[in-house]
Design a protein around this ligand. Structure first.
Ligand SMILES: Cc1ncc(COP(=O)(O)O)c(C=O)c1O
Length: 477
């Protein structure tokens, strides 16, 4: 009998993700391919997660060179590295305690990097000043999200704390909310309107929570994940008015801020829109804005680093924030350096600038091309419907299944989109994720795949998807 006689019920309430099972199957298939088992494909294409490097994006040379020199300082003397890389590494190492990336920083992050993040935010938001005291670096934005929630959730309260979250959404967000003993209050994004966030739906969701929980926060993702929608200023203003009126804390996940490519779309941060709305909103609405080194052109997910900026929090509350964020020791120092380089890339005139510019422009143009091609191909397939994608790193098309396929999935005891993904993996060697994992309106089905990959991989993926899909529709109609 285990010493853990009673497992935390919040942990029990977390559902196993279908993608974990699919990923295990994909590893098994890859192993078989390595052993020489013959299949209709030579390798598995994995575009299931928002991990750009896993999907084939190459790390940026400047970032890796500085990181390498910081990790192995002898390289600072090497003429093989550009001089600005060596100078940057020297400066960053000088800021590390004991001159080594192997030492801890303060819990909230290296003070110099925190200061440079706040300067970046000020520049990004057209000069609206940001203060380093409001910024906390952490091992990834999900970690910052969890820490911020720890402060908002009253685990002993009755009714339980509620958090309004979008559908579709990041599955781990809902898991975190559940783990902390709070309640997910879903609000649906409007798929037919390109996954727009509509304030009437927020009112409906809040009303639905009455008697069930005590909603204290609204979580938004902009640019949208996995929807690819980018909010307009007007929509953001509506959200701000809503949270102000209902006295909700605003949690803004802005990790895809560099990935906006819709012709008429523009990324605006919530703190900027809030500030430009003026009083009473600008000095009362409490906001946490999350950003990360995992996404955008950097894509350094594995280095685990992000930050949260807190706006309009009472100084008394900030003391507790400090307590919560200092429970763990600092975020990985190499991750903090990557975050710093993301905010402060090489500038025109620097020796590394031409290559940096070329690499980031390549990633951007590939992304733009991939979105265009993927939406075009998916929308040409029977039973698929994909809304325009303006930003982010995913496609989340809707799939209308023939009734026979739905029946077959039911017999197999899985959701229809999981059934589809499992067959696609087995028959075509493509690993994507089922929409049920992100949440979807009852009776609708979707698939999700990352578009941050090379054009070649994207073409191969679309070729395999097209062949598989035609056969699937034939088999089940
Ligand atoms: C919307 C969204 N937020 C947060 C994250 C995770 O960021 P991090 O790696 O910084 O925890 C992701 C990663 O895919 C994401 O898609």
């Amino acid at each position: 009998m285990s010493v853990l006689k009673e497992i935390n019920p919040n942990v029990k309430n977390i559902k196993q993700l279908a993608s974990v099972v699919l990923a295990r199957e994909a590893s098994q298939i890859s192993e078989e391919l390595r052993e020489g088992v013959r299949k209709p494909y030579e390798e598995v294409i994995d575009v299931s997660s928002g991990d750009p490097h896993r999907a084939g994006v190459k790390p940026l040379s400047f970032v890796r060179q500085v990181l390498a020199a910081c990790a192995y300082p002898q390289l600072i003397d090497s003429a093989r590295l550009p001089v600005d890389v060596r100078q940057r590494a020297q400066k960053l190492l000088g800021e590390c305690v004991g001159g080594s990336v192997g030492s801890y920083t303060s819990s909230e992050g290296s003070p110099q990097i925190v200061r440079r993040i706040s300067e970046f935010i000020t520049r990004r938001d057209g000069g609206i000043p940001s203060s380093p005291e409001n910024i906390y670096i952490s091992p990834g934005s999900e970690w910052s999200f969890m820490s911020t929630l720890r402060l908002l959730v009253n685990s002993e309260g009755s009714p339980r704390t509620g958090v309004l979250t979008p559908v579709p959404c990041q599955s781990t967000t809902n898991m975190t909310i559940t783990l902390l003993g709070a309640v997910v209050v879903p609000y649906h994004l409007n798929e037919e309107r390109g996954w727009a966030l509509q304030v009437e739906e927020l009112h409906r969701a809040l009303e639905s929570a009455k008697g069930a929980c005590n909603p204290v926060a609204l979580y938004v993702i902009n640019p949208g994940y996995p929807s690819g929608h980018v909010q307009s200023r007007k929509s953001m203003q509506e959200v701000i008015r809503f949270v102000s009126e209902k006295r909700l804390f605003l949690l803004a996940d802005e990790v895809y801020q560099d990935c906006v490519y819709g012709e008429k779309s523009e990324f605006l941060s919530y703190r900027r829109v809030l500030s430009e709305m003026g009083p009473p909103f600008s000095d009362t609405v409490e906001l946490a804005s999350f950003h990360s080194a995992s996404q955008g052109f950097l894509g350094e997910c594995g280095l685990r680093c992000g930050y949260v900026e807190l706006v309009n929090l009472d100084p008394g509350v900030m003391e507790y924030i400090y307590k919560v964020f200092s429970i763990d020791s600092s975020a990985p120092v190499l991750g903090q350096i990557a975050l710093d380089l993301m905010m402060n890339p090489p500038q025109p005139g620097d020796p590394s600038y031409p290559l940096y510019k070329e690499e980031t422009e390549n990633i951007r143009s590939t992304l733009v091309q991939n979105v265009k091609r993927a939406v075009e191909v998916v929308n040409s397939l029977p039973g698929f419907c994909c809304q325009p994608v303006e930003g982010g790193a995913f496609l989340f098309p809707r799939l209308y299944f023939p009734p026979k396929a739905i029946q077959k999935a039911k017999e197999a005891g899985v959701q229809p989109d999981t059934f589809y993904c499992a067959r696609l993996l087995e028959q075509a060697g493509v690993l994507i994720s089922p929409g049920c994992e992100n949440g979807q309106k009852e009776g609708t089905h979707h698939i999700r795949f990352c578009i941050m990959t090379s054009e070649k991989t994207m073409e191969e993926l679309l070729r395999r998807l097209t062949c598989f899909h035609s056969q699937f529709m034939k088999d089940f109609s």
